[in-house]
Design a protein around this ligand. Structure first.
Ligand code: G1P
Length: 216
């Protein structure tokens, strides 16, 4: 659709960035950021999910682009500022050679908005994951530690996703594939991140987050 093209244009439209740079000629940081974008956009590949069949189905579209044993997946509507959460997760991954998912405690009343972890035990401030349930109601929730959209996942998750039957709301959930991997004895660590989480999942949260970002 045309809206999808707009996203692509955002990354490729030089004139937009050039205008900003012209205005802020003396700002070194903006210049540096622009050259970074120029470098990275050669590496950006777009894949399209033409029917909204869930996060797992969306990830599956990237299958042929993933070459390494593990990959990092970021959900764009989960913003974490002031500390690079992905970077900390990569460090933990290197140490334990396991899968990692970002996590934060959420209010009990909001539990059904999130994937929720069942904890095995804490390793320092992070924890071993025993199970994960996609958007449970408060009664069925095993904790209030929620899944936040930063994941380091093994490539073998694609095989599971390919065979997976639709779950809640008829969607192919990444959470269900993770559950299968945990049942198959794959180690998953929940990372309690130190950056600030900006919630964009409600209208009020989205507006508050936009204001915060404009002040960075
Ligand atoms: C997705 C995941 C959910 C996770 C959330 C974080 O849900 O399925 O487990 O807690 O992202 O933002 P969605 O936001 O796509 O409904």
């Amino acid at each position: 659709s045309n809206r999808k093209k707009e996203i692509k244009r955002y990354f490729y439209n030089d004139s937009f960035y050039k205008k900003i740079i012209k205005k802020k000629k003396k700002n070194k940081r903006i210049k540096q950021e622009f050259s970074k974008i120029k470098k990275y956009r050669k590496m950006i590949k777009f894949v399209y999910q033409n029917v909204p069949r869930g996060t797992g189905d969306a990830v599956l579209k990237c299958k042929n682009h993933i070459k390494s044993k593990y990959f990092l997946m970021i959900l764009p509507d989960d913003l974490i500022v002031k500390n690079n959460c992905s970077y900390s997760m990569i460090k933990i991954h290197k140490k334990y050679n396991s899968s990692i998912i970002a996590s934060k405690k959420v209010n009990k009343k909001d539990i059904s908005r999130w994937g929720i972890f069942k904890l095995k035990k804490f390793i320092k401030s992070n924890f071993l994951i025993k199970d994960v349930i996609e958007k449970p109601n408060l009664k069925n929730a095993p904790s209030n530690h929620a899944v936040i959209g930063r994941y380091i996942l093994p490539k073998k998750i694609f095989k599971i996703l390919q065979k997976q039957k639709p779950g809640q709301n008829g969607e192919i959930h990444i959470t269900d594939a993770i559950k299968t991997l945990i049942n198959n004895k794959e180690t998953f660590i929940g990372h309690v991140f130190s950056g600030k989480y900006l919630d964009c999942g409600t209208m009020q949260g989205y507006i508050k987050s936009s204001i915060e970002i404009s002040r960075l």
